[in-house]
Structure formats: structure tokens, C-alpha cells
Design a protein around this ligand. Structure first.
Ligand code: SAH
Length: 466
């Protein structure tokens, strides 16, 4: 067997993409991980690190580009690391995500390939959208700081660091954001305000959250600050409200030494407390602290898929765990007897209750708390139709379901479990547990909520074995 050393140059043909979007190519079975290389590329690589069973390398030169290569659109491509797939044609991105879901379900979930070939449906892409798979995000959070010369900057954290990469116009975000941010910079400079410095806990501005409603063309701006009150409030409002679309300006206090972006509360200084958006004929009010899907074009398709998998006839009772502002719950409520949503963020539950009322939906109830606490407590203390629901829908954050939560779902014996997941690895882990408890994988469909990035959303249907 040949051994490799650091700085050695070698030719590699890339055949796969890893879970972080890195190219993978093998020489005599020995794998190399190469950032920035794509399947189909033949490259001259420089070895950067050698481990026992694999090595890392960098691209010195692309000798022959992959047929799937396209030129990256964004000037921050190499620095930012958000849109790692942007050099890959959109068709190839969809193929990559399909393979990613399939491979993880096999490897971590223990799902046989033959079963996946039967139950996996084509990934839902967003290629037909007017702007293509770009400009889709309705939310962006920009950290503020200073660069090496001491200049006030904002942008994005470069992958896994807290170094701020400046980027004037993020091409997956709304074009209006740049103007808002420039006005905030001007306001800070005029009043000698400092950005937050996490090394010593000083400075005022930590992050700016901008959210846009596509349906109503409204913007919400929330400043996350390291102070109890927002200074120069009126001046900020004057500066920002030149632009018509601003519907809400607020601030959220976060004085903790933490990676969590938002504080626990927010205070509105201008306009409304929430902005309104519409998905699939339903109206949703969204507060700055609530989770809301970032890609509204794809969200509608995602929810329709979840609804289709739930297969409601009108008399079912349904739990919607991790319900956020009640989006999926209200989608389901129109087709069910009753839906109960559970969510940990109190402001999101306030939004959910308002949203039910505003849409004239009276068969949805909402509970604040952790799903892994609320559900078992409900099961232990009640004996009604909700202790044996027909369908349970779950849409957890990346860490997936708590075992306690799965355990209770299994005890409740729903016919169908619809699992909406933003991380196929935890989805696969949880599917395995459901399988051990009598639930069979019936349908799998990936949905591209995050084009250009390596992330993929998946909806699966599990049904209870009779
Ligand atoms: N289904 C919603 C939200 C999905 S995101 C939608 O499509 O918009 C996941 C949600 O789970 C977030 O709102 C988050 O606040 C919430 N959450 C996180 N941990 C939780 C827990 N342990 N119990 C209940 N909700 C939780």
C-alpha cells in the first residue's frame, strides 16, 4: 500500500460528495477529502493531512472540470461557506441531496436499500421558481463586529468560527437587507455606538435579524443588544422608516455570554409586534422570537407533503409536536377533527393561538413546553381521544426526537407518524427506534428547502404494523 505525506501532490478523480459538501476521491481505495472539489472533477491535489484510513487534500488545479460544474454566483463563495454547493448545477445538487438522504437512512437507520428504492419519492426542488433556487430566504441574522482595522462590519460567521465574513448582498437572502444594514451602520456611527465584543462582553449591537413577508412585502427588523434599553431609539426609527416596507422594528435584550442569538423577550419600538405572511391560503403572524420556515416557496410544498402523508379524512385527532407558530397544525386542522400543537417557545404559542383565531380555526389547541415533557404528562394524566391519536406529526430541530418523546408516541399507538426533519442523520437514528417498536417506513420524500447549501429537509411516513 502506498503511503502519503503532507504537501505531496497527486492527481485525484472525485467521485462523491461528503456530508459537508466536500469532494471525495479514492486512490487504490484510500479516500481523500477535498474541499471545493466536485464529483466528476479531475484535479491536481496537495495533501494537507494524512490519517490512518483517509487523508485531506486541497485543490491545486482543476485538470478537467466536472460536467456538473457551474460558475459560482456569489463573490463571498470561498470565504463564507454557507452556499457550498453553488458550483454544482441545480440538477446535480438535487441528485446529491437524494443520495445523501438515501445513504444516511441505510447507514444510520438500517433501512434496507431495496425498501428505500420502493418508498423514496423524487426530491421536491425549486428550479421552476422565477428567481430559480436563489433569493429564497425570508430571514437573515447578521452578526456585527469590528474588522482588524477596527472598522464596523456585519456579515456572516465563516463556517464554525466567529470571524465575520462581510458580504454586501447575500444571494439567497432578500435584496432589501443591504439597505437596512447600511442604515443601521450609519446610525451607529452617528451616535458612536459599538458592536458587541464577545471577548470582553462590551459594546451594544450583537446581531440584526431581518425577516421578510413575501406575501405582504413587509420587513421586520430586530436588533439584538447587549444593554437593558435601546439608546437613540427615535433616531434609529427615523433612519429605518425611510423605506416603506418596514412594518416592525424591535429590540431583544441578550446580555449573556452565549452563542444563542436572540434574547428571551423583545420590545417593539415601531410598527407592529408581528409581521404577517400567507402560506397555502392561511395567514400567519410571526414574532421575532418565533421559528418560521425560511423558504416560503418550498414550505408550501413541504406542508402539502406532510398533509398528504397524514392522509386525513376529517375525523382524526392529531398531535403536532414542535409546532412553532402552528403552521402545520393549522394546515392539518382544516382536514381533521382536532389538532393539538406543542412548542417550547412561549411567544410562538402566542402566535399560534392568534393564528388559529385569525384563520377561523377552532379545532386546534396549543400547549407550551417541551414535547418530551408535555406528551408523557398528557398521556399519564388523561384518558381521552388525544391519548390515542390517529396521527402524530413531529418537526423537531436538528437534534431530533428525545427518546422519552418516541417512547410516549409508541405508547399512544397512532396509525401514522409523519416525521418532518431538517437533519437526515437524527431522522435515521429515530426511524430505527420506531422500527424496533413496530413502525414501518412507508414513504420518504426529500424537499429542497435550502438550495445551494448542503442541508436537506425530509418528510417520512411511518405506519404501525397491525
Ligand atoms: N413545525 C414548525 C416549527 C418547526 S422548527 C414549522 O414548520 O414552522 C422546530 C420547533 O421546535 C421550533 O419552533 C422550536 O422552538 C421548537 N422546539 C425546540 N425544542 C423543543 C422541545 N423540546 N419541545 C417542543 N418544541 C421544541
Amino acid at each position: 500500500m502506498i503511503s502519503y505525506v503532507k504537501n505531496q501532490e497527486t492527481e485525484i478523480v472525485i467521485t462523491d460528495l461528503g456530508s459537508e459538501g466536500e469532494g471525495i476521491g479514492k486512490i487504490d481505495g484510500f479516500p481523500f477529502f477535498v474541499k471545493g472539489a466536485l464529483p466528476g472533477d479531475r484535479i491536481l491535489a496537495g495533501v494537507t493531512k494524512v490519517k490512518k484510513n483517509y487523508a485531506f487534500a486541497r485543490v491545486i488545479k482543476i485538470l478537467e472540470p466536472s460536467a456538473d460544474r457551474v460558475s459560482p454566483k456569489c463573490e463571498a463563495d470561498r470565504r463564507c461557506g454557507g452556499c457550498r454547493l453553488q458550483s454544482l448545477s441545480y440538477d446535480a445538487q438535487l441528485r446529491y441531496k437524494t443520495d445523501k438522504v438515501k445513504n444516511i437512512l441505510m447507514r444510520i437507520g438500517g433501512v434496507p436499500e431495496a425498501l428505500l428504492d420502493k418508498v423514496m419519492e423524487p426530491i421536491i426542488g425549486m428550479g421552476e421558481n422565477a428567481e430559480g433556487p436563489w433569493r429564497y430566504r425570508n430571514k437573515a441574522q447578521y452578526p456585527f463586529g469590528r474588522d482588524k482595522e477596527g472598522k464596523l462590519v456585519y456579515g456572516f460567521y465563516a463556517g464554525r468560527t466567529h470571524d465575520i465574513i462581510t458580504c454586501d448582498d447575500c444571494l439567497i437572502s432578500a435584496p432589501e437587507n443591504g439597505k437596512v444594514l447600511e442604515n443601521i451602520v450609519a446610525w451607529m456611527n452617528e451616535h458612536d455606538l459599538d458592536p458587541y465584543d464577545e471577548s470582553n462582553g462590551t459594546g451594544l449591537l450583537r446581531h440584526v435579524l431581518i425577516r421578510k413577508s413575501r406575501a405582504y412585502n413587509e420587513l421586520m427588523v430586530c436588533l439584538v443588544i447587549n444593554a437593558k434599553d435601546l439608546p437613540w431609539e427615535k433616531e434609529l426609527v427615523d433612519k429605518l422608516t425611510h423605506c416603506d416596507e418596514i412594518a416592525s422594528i424591535s429590540y431583544s435584550v441578550n446580555m449573556d455570554n452565549t452563542n444563542v442569538i436572540m434574547g428571551r423577550e423583545y420590545h417593539t419600538v415601531y410598527g407592529k409586534d408581528t409581521i404577517k405572511d400567507r402560506i397555502g391560503g392561511l395567514e400567519f403572524n410571526i414574532s421575532p422570537l418565533s421559528f418560521y420556515q425560511v423558504n416560503p416557496v418550498q414550505t408550501e410544498k413541504l406542508y402539502s407533503t406532510a398533509l398528504e402523508f397524514a392522509d386525513l379524512k376529517g375525523d382524526e385527532v392529531v398531535w403536532d409536536l414542535y409546532c412553532g407558530i402552528g403552521t402545520i397544525s393549522l394546515f392539518l386542522a382544516k382536514h381533521a377533527k382536532k389538532v393539538c400543537g406543542v412548542e417550547i417557545v412561549p411567544q410562538a404559542i402566542d402566535d399560534a393561538k392568534n393564528n388559529a383565531k385569525e384563520n377561523g380555526i377552532s379545532n386546534a389547541e396549543f400547549y407550551v413546553g417541551a414535547a418530551e415533557e408535555i406528551l408523557p404528562a398528557y398521556y399519564e394524566n388523561n384518558s381521552d381521544d388525544m391519548t390515542h391519536p390517529d396521527v402524530v406529526v413531529v418537526d423537531p430541530p436538528r437534534k431530533g426526537l428525545d427518546e422519552k418523546c418516541i417512547e410516549t408516541i409508541v405508547k399512544m399507538t397512532p396509525e401514522r407518524v409523519v416525521y418532518v426533519s431538517c437533519d437526515p442523520a437524527t431522522l435515521a437514528r429515530d426511524i430505527r427506534i420506531f422500527a424496533e417498536n413496530g413502525y414501518v417506513l412507508k414513504r420518504v420524500r426529500a424537499c429542497d428547502m435550502f438550495p445551494q447549501t448542503v442541508h436537506v429537509e425530509t418528510v417520512v411516513l411511518l405506519i404501525r404494523k397491525k
